[in-house]
Design a protein around this ligand. Sequence first.
Ligand SMILES: [Zn+2]
Length: 281
Amino acid sequence: MPELPEVETVRRGLAPVMEGQVITRAEVNRPNLRWPLPERMAERLTGQQVLALRRRSKYILADLSSGETLLIHLGMSGRMLISGAMVGEFHHDHPALQKHDHVVLHMSGGARITFNDARRFGAMDLMPTATAAAHPLLASIGPEPFGNDFSEPYLAARLKGRNTPIKSALLDQRIVAGLGNIYVCETLFRAGVSPLRLAGKVKKPAALVPIIRQVLTEAIDAGGSSLKDYRQTDGELGYFQKHFQVYGREGQPCETPGCSSMITRTVQSGRSSFWCPDCQR
Ligand SMILES: [Zn+2]
């Protein structure tokens, strides 16, 4: 499941071929993804210039010259592929339409952007740009981790007295936007905090803010490097190799110098927490 760094990488990959360009043709090949696609979607997209490509949490938002905004969510398995002759240095031949190529955008600069989603947990919607923040999928989302609102006093206040595990609190999108299982596991390892510890009992809750930003920044940088190698790949955006210190490393040695423990896995609320019982208390 793509988390904030993957979605930001997709946004950065799409920006040069979408921003300032006109959608000359839109193909909408089915009526629904996770939910029904907006009415007359192809018609409402065709001829519109993409004024800006933004990200809010794990959603990509394309502001259009019509005054509407296209919301894109990759869901579990959604992929964005770029093909064609494009601005910048990316060149991939247009492949024939594949199974699960649900939405295809033809851009005035020559790029073809294909949304492929085998499991169809992804979503797209159109809403007025002016009220985009009030969209049901966006309205209750908390502050962006890199925004000024996500301050050390803010997080300390939100965690204070909270009787849920810190793992669950950091996954709560109302507290902070865009964090998922992988980067919460990595954050808690770096902070030395057990995922089982109650949020209200974390000794230095404010210290989590710079660690969250650091973990996400490193992942976004890794995604940026993957974009540089993009010409050698198949045109798919957003999935990149990244080294994790605990995520997916059950039974492997802890990487903290001097620690001889193995990384363990604990299931919390149906999600796997990977952590070191010695380094994280
Ligand atoms: Zn350890």
